[in-house]
Design a binder for this molecule. Sequence first.
Ligand SMILES: [Zn+2]
Length: 196
Amino acid sequence: MTYAVVGTQADRDMYRYKDPMPDNQRLRNPSYQRLLLLLLGFARTHAPCLDVGARKPVTGMTVVPSLRGRLGPHPLAALAAVLPRCWAPVGLEAVLGISESRRRETRPDHFLVHDPAAVAGEHILVVEDTWVQGGHAQSAAAALLLAGAADVTIVVLARRIRTDYQRSLMEASLRQILADREYSLDLCPVTGGRCM
Ligand SMILES: [Zn+2]
């Protein structure tokens, strides 16, 4: 949905929304509120876009669970509650005890699907907060496909961009991607242009 350039508010929001805090305080947290609006806008405007071009409409949804063993419900799950109710929650569990370096790899065995029968033949949406290298979301998607899902679509709130990484390459790409582009609901995150 967005790009989070390191050092900007968009990037800080991706951490601050999930800082440890009581639930009632989180609702007043500006970072949480911005991400809630982002996901609400997506739900209201672009949820049907996910079905265009897919073999089946989306029927189930899961957020990527933390591989770090975070205690309690993840704030991303609270944000995802604004997504369409017709997308049934799919139980996905992170396998804990995986080393930091291996967690970044794309491996379906990093996640367990609670009820493979519930995803078999279905189109499942995977919601991730931040895409760094994509290992977590792609591992979750792979686990769902191995469990029998017909289609998996990954929706990411923010793709993290480090400008100090391959600077010359990045600067050219950033200029092209971000120049004069404010976030707009008119720009479809599914098609990259107008909604189909
Ligand atoms: Zn759209």
